[in-house]
Design a protein around this ligand. Structure first.
Ligand SMILES: Nc1ncnc2c1ncn2[C@@H]1O[C@H](COP(=O)(O)OP(=O)(O)O)[C@@H](O)[C@H]1O
Ligand SMILES: [Mg+2]
Length: 406
């Protein structure tokens, strides 16, 4: 049995315990010591817990009662949201020695926040759009439940590991410590440096439109692999003036204007000119559909990936044994002419497999086995099959992944 925390040391040491009315928590590891202190902990029934410990206020402060009431009301409201879109909150409670502190116990989730996720993963453009659409949808649901987050940023979007979704991760919005719930008169906004809206900067009343501004920045962050349209050295002034790089300036005019203009409008200094989340979701989905159907006017190339390498293919290409040898190295099972990648005049890409003998002999008499070309598991020999982002071409046990590039 660990010792109960005495409420005096700032950080609760590993192995020490704290108690709520219902559970005992054993601290396993300090995660971060910032404005609040976060730990990985184990609950007495074995559940893994993400435990957040507030350094202030404590029960000696005059604002304690009001703070606790705020937290409890927020928790009640959060529990009415679908657990798939936000953190899973188990309980909020107070514990300490002479003075008590506020704690939040949440399900410990495997994954990483969006900041790290974007840094570590190279997503295809279509996957980026999908991720943006899901996050916009989550924020829309949160707003429909009458909650304004007020402190959005990539660190407040947690990518939970989930093998059942194509991306392998699904986003959740977390950390409602600074949320606003107008119907309950709860108002405790915050904002973080380069994610602040003009209303934050001007210290005006924060409402739904402020979240929409910051979501615009998060969408651009995702689409541009961690970029921002603002000059970060002059952030506050430029935000208020509405001086930023348009999405099509960032993307060299490759994006359809209905899409780029809507995202740009999210950053409008006049909050009443920002689009509703419904419209944001719709333009993302429209663009996504156009890309998937191949009707987007956007130029499309293929990136073929295999054996840890990748090659850009921009026009019709016959994939030969020599090409695979030079580009990827894993050519032993590839026939002289294995398959062809074909772009039609609308920009849509197809694959066609060539007839391949089942074996061949070289001059030294060595026997080689050959295999037909499969696309997503189906033999495409002599047929003309459309290909998509993430599609898999296989020849024997060699695999080539298709990435659509914009
Ligand atoms: N339920 C969770 N499970 C695992 N890690 C989490 C969880 N919630 C948050 N985190 C990680 O901890 C960081 C801080 O959490 P957050 O609730 O935002 O606290 P803070 O008040 O310190 O901002 C997040 O950015 C995320 O990386
Ligand atoms: Mg946070």
């Amino acid at each position: 049995m660990g010792e109960l925390w005495n409420g005096i040391s700032t950080i609760i040491s590993d192995g020490s315990q704290i108690k709520s009315e219902r559970f005992t928590y054993t601290i396993e590891k300090l995660i971060n010591n910032g404005a609040s202190i976060t730990y990985k902990a184990k609950r007495n029934d074995g559940k893994k817990i993400f435990l957040k410990h507030f350094k202030s206020p404590n029960s000696s402060n005059p604002e304690w009662r009001e703070f606790i009431d705020f937290q409890k009301s927020v928790l009640r409201k959060l529990l009415t949201l679908p657990p798939s879109i936000i953190e899973i909150n188990y309980e909020f409670f107070e514990f300490g020695g002479k003075y008590k502190y506020h704690f939040q116990a949440k399900a410990f989730e495997e994954g990483m926040d969006l900041e790290k996720f974007i840094e570590e993963n190279e997503l295809s453009f279509i996957d980026k759009l999908k991720l943006c659409a899901i996050i916009a949808g989550i924020l829309k649901t949160i707003h429909q439940h009458g909650i304004i987050h007020s402190d959005l940023k990539p660190a407040q979007i947690f990518m939970v590991k989930d093998k059942s979704v194509p991306l392998g991760y699904r986003p959740k919005i977390i950390d409602f410590d600074h949320c606003i719930i107008p119907s309950l008169h709860l108002y405790n906004p915050a904002g973080t440096d380069i994610w602040k809206s003009p209303e934050h900067i001007k210290e005006e009343k924060i409402d739904y439109k402020s979240d929409i501004f910051t979501l615009g920045l998060i969408i651009i962050f995702i689409l541009s692999n961690g970029g921002t349209p603002f000059d970060v050295d002059n952030y506050e002034i430029d935000v208020i003036k509405g001086k930023f790089l348009s999405l099509n300036e960032i993307f060299g005019n490759k994006l359809p204007s209905y899409f780029a203009d809507t995202i740009d409008k999210m950053l409008n200094p006049d909050k009443n000119k920002r689009p509703e989340l419904e419209e944001v979701q719709n333009v993302i989905l429209k663009f996504q559909n156009e890309i998937e159907k191949g009707t987007s006017s956007t130029p499309r190339y293929i990136r073929l990936e295999s054996n840890g390498r990748s090659v850009i293919i921009s026009e019709n290409k016959i994939i030969t044994r020599d090409f695979i040898k030079n580009m990827f190295g894993n050519y032993k099972k590839i026939y002289t002419k294995q398959f062809e990648l074909i772009k039609d005049n609308t920009g849509k890409w197809f694959i066609k497999g060539f007839n391949v003998p089942s074996e061949g002999k070289d001059k030294q008499g060595n026997i080689y086995k050959f295999y037909p070309t499969l696309y997503n598991g189906k033999d495409v020999t002599n047929s003309y099959i459309p290909i998509e982002d993430g599609g898999k071409i296989s020849v024997g046990k060699e695999e080539f992944v298709i990435r659509m590039v914009f």
